[in-house]
Design a protein around this ligand. Sequence first.
Ligand SMILES: [Zn+2]
Length: 252
Amino acid sequence: MSHDRHLVVFSGAGLSADSGIATFRGPHGLWENTSIDEVCNFDTWEEHRESVHRFYNARRVGLAGVEPNRMHRLLANWQTRWRTTLITQNIDNLLERAGAQDVLHVHGFLTEMRCLACEAVWDIGTTAWDPSQDRCPNCGSDLAVKPNVVFFNEPAPLYGPMSDILGSLGQDDVLVVIGTDGAVVPIGRVAERLRCRKILNNLDPVAPEEFVPGMVHPRQFNRTLFKPAAQAAGELDEIVTSWMEAWSGSGL
Ligand SMILES: [Zn+2]
């Protein structure tokens, strides 16, 4: 067995859906009742500051009422067994609450605020931010403080590290993709060119009429599990364990 065999898990909204966190897209997505452009556009958010804070406050405070599910706990457990990197598009803290370490939140982290004036980032837990009186603890700014969540038209600084990690996967490594169709981060295209072992867990396959390049497709993966993440955890654990602990001839 290769000592530095690397397991990378790339997850999206489907991972947290079983914990009761609404997915941002899809038929019952969060966006249905809120204009995306009002609460998630870096170019215009300051014009809608109150709505932005109201929207993310509700999400943040709501985290206190949800629990990690079986899949979050499994991913945290993998970190205790193997060299495991967790990359997620989710902004919730359920992986951390399941015990996961050093999760790469490529679209930001809901419990943090960020000051655009001084670039300070700090954690406020599951409390609400009051834009009428709360201030940046570093520079005192009020108007420059936004949720530390990557908005549309805003740079995503962790995309670079994410690409480096995914690009480093070799044939002995393992990629697990959970709960994302690849519409935002084109993980299907990434999976297609990687030579490592790959498995996909999504609720359903992407419908042919909705497929665009970059999205996930069964042909890009060695295995697929189409069922809710929490229900897939046991089977996924068996498959990934067999791959991670398989004898490897390389290096001998
Ligand atoms: Zn500041």
